[in-house]
Ligand binder design. Structure first.
Ligand code: BDR
Ligand code: CA
Length: 316
């Protein structure tokens, strides 16, 4: 089966792993890459997406999107995790091609209307572009096959605050619009991504395979150092790539059906509050929003070996 996807991203080191996987995977057809602020300013996201598109060599077009959250100021960009340039301060030269003039949200709307029922959205950054698309054309909610989100957390706590995951925290109003929209969402949050580690050994292996692997190793230095310094880990979490693998290999994952609400309060900003379908709470804020799939468990080793397999067979 061929999955047509639109890949929404803020590259970002782990975004780069995810995007190269998607661009090279034999069963994925990336219709376009849309960029958003997040790990870096949106202009840098766009440059990095263009670098990755060029590397994959399929002429995949990049559409620039939001440079800030819907209603809030941008928070500080985490250069201590991804580098100033989003690629571990490797100062990669500017790619040959430029982004399209078409805005990301407009591109998403156009594609969904032209390929109704045949598009999977993959969003691995703040949800601002997806929210803008829904705001501008609410009818798209019924025309999308699936929306995979790397973001949020059910029981795993947060990473940017004790309760919030970074992508949702970065634009909680956008995330709330998305979770309310009725889109068929699959939430790939910290409950699973904190169980999937890419080790230094895996990265060395990748770099021995091909140029894409060499590049991924090169941009991972600061990222790996961050995990060593803050968590004493000999590897990194594999957030965004795990979300894409949840699409190609859903059999590696377990999920619960739930309604998800996003906190906009100061203290708990960006927390995803998960009301399970099969658990009756005494009180429930029920605005009849749609149920979504919340992934909560994963066969981690299979995710990593699947990644390495695709890297070996299809990246160059
Ligand atoms: C998410 O936040 C970003 O920094 C990563 O790229 C990933 O999408 C993890 O919380
Ligand atoms: Ca990301």
């Amino acid at each position: 089966i061929m999955n047509n996807i639109i890949f929404d991203t803020d590259p970002g080191v782990d975004d780069a792993f995810a995007l190269l996987y998607a661009l090279n995977h034999p069963n994925i057809n990336v219709l376009g890459i849309t960029t958003v602020f997040g790990n870096v300013p949106v202009e840098t996201s766009t440059k990095n997406a263009l670098i990755l598109s060029e590397m994959a060599g399929k002429g995949t077009i990049v559409y620039q999107g939001a440079n800030k959250p819907l209603e809030r100021k941008v928070i500080n960009y985490p250069s201590f995790i991804h580098g100033q340039d989003g690629f571990g301060d490797t100062n990669h030269p500017h790619p040959k091609f430029n982004a399209s003039k078409l805005d990301a949200a407009q591109f998403i709307i156009n594609e969904i209307n032209e390929n109704s029922g045949n598009i999977n959205l993959v969003a691995v950054g703040p949800l601002t572009n997806i929210a803008n698309s829904i705001k501008q054309d609410p009818s798209i909610a019924n025309k999308v096959n699936s929306l995979l989100i790397m973001g949020g957390s059910w029981l795993a706590g947060g990473n940017i605050t004790p309760v919030a995951e970074a992508n949702i925290y970065n634009d909680p109003e956008a995330a709330e619009i998305v979770f309310k929209s009725g889109l068929p969402i699959i939430m790939v949050g910290l409950d699973v991504t904190h169980k999937v580690f890419l080790s230094q050994k895996d990265i060395d292996k990748l770099s021995s395979l091909n140029n894409s692997g060499k590049f991924l190793k090169k941009i991972s230095n600061i990222y790996m150092k961050f995990y060593k310094d803050t968590r004493n880990m000999d590897g990194c979490f594999f957030h965004d790539a795990t979300a894409v693998i949840a699409m190609t290999n859903p059999e590696f994952f377990k999920y619960k059906v739930a309604r998800v609400y996003v906190s906009q309060d100061n203290l708990t900003r960006g927390q995803t509050v998960v009301y399970l379908k099969d658990l009756k709470h005494e009180t429930e804020i029920n605005d009849n929003r749609g149920f979504v799939q919340v992934l909560y468990d994963v066969e981690s080793k299979k995710v990593i070996s699947e990644y390495l397999k695709v890297a070996k067979n299809y990246m160059h």
